[in-house]
Write a protein that binds this ligand. Structure first.
Ligand SMILES: CC(C)(COP(=O)(O)OP(=O)(O)OC[C@H]1O[C@@H](n2cnc3c(N)ncnc32)[C@H](O)[C@@H]1OP(=O)(O)O)[C@@H](O)C(=O)NCCC(=O)NCCS
Length: 154
């Protein structure tokens, strides 16, 4: 399987699929609408050369996953920036290194812009990030849900 990491393009079929993934996996439970989520992704997709970005993984040409680099996280508990966000790999492409490649590409993008430290919240994928070289900065409970605040020094 050949995995290619590439910027998400505006007005692409991939954008719609990624918006649906992101909504179902992360935003629906927080009360955000699918439309505003799609608009946010479209904005990220139109500025691929800017600091913030949306990267997708294509596995043998098929959309396999997405990951974002953003300045602001949704309702952050910590006043820091920037953030890796919305890492998602389609179930049929999991456990084949797609997420690891997406995280490495986001780190590279951040490093290229002089970022010294990336941040991320996860509910239950802490071990995945530890495997990717991230560190656990804090664990807690917010709105009744456990979270791990992870950091990556670049
Ligand atoms: C978590 C997720 C992104 C992992 O994607 P993936 O492409 O399967 O991950 P990779 O194949 O790159 O895995 C890299 C390593 O992490 C491990 N790993 C993957 N998911 C893991 C998890 N949830 N917990 C612990 N380890 C995990 C893999 O076994 C692999 O280890 P290895 O290199 O020793 O074999 C994917 O399961 C997903 O999209 N889940 C739903 C959304 C989600 O939870 N996103 C995370 C942000 S909260």
């Amino acid at each position: 399987m050949t995995i290619e990491i590439t910027p998400l393009k505006p007005d692409s079929p991939e954008l719609e699929i990624c918006a649906a993934w992101r909504y179902e996996a992360f935003l629906k439970s927080c009360g955000y609408s699918l439309d505003e989520n799609g608009a946010q992704l479209a904005k990220l997709a139109t500025q691929p050369d800017e600091y913030e970005t949306a990267l997708i993984a294509l596995a043998d040409g098929h959309l396999a996953g997405i990951c974002l680099l953003v300045l602001r996280e949704f309702e952050p508990l910590h006043d820091v920036s920037p953030w890796l966000a919305s890492l998602y790999v389609a179930p049929e492409f999991r456990k084949r290194g797609v997420a690891r490649m997406l995280v490495a590409a986001i780190e590279e993008q951040a490093r290229g812009h002089g970022v010294a430290r990336l941040h991320f919240y996860t509910g239950d994928a802490e071990k995945f990030y530890l495997k990717c070289g991230w560190s656990l900065a804090e664990q807690g409970v917010a709105d009744g849900e456990p979270y791990a605040f992870m950091i990556r020094d670049l």
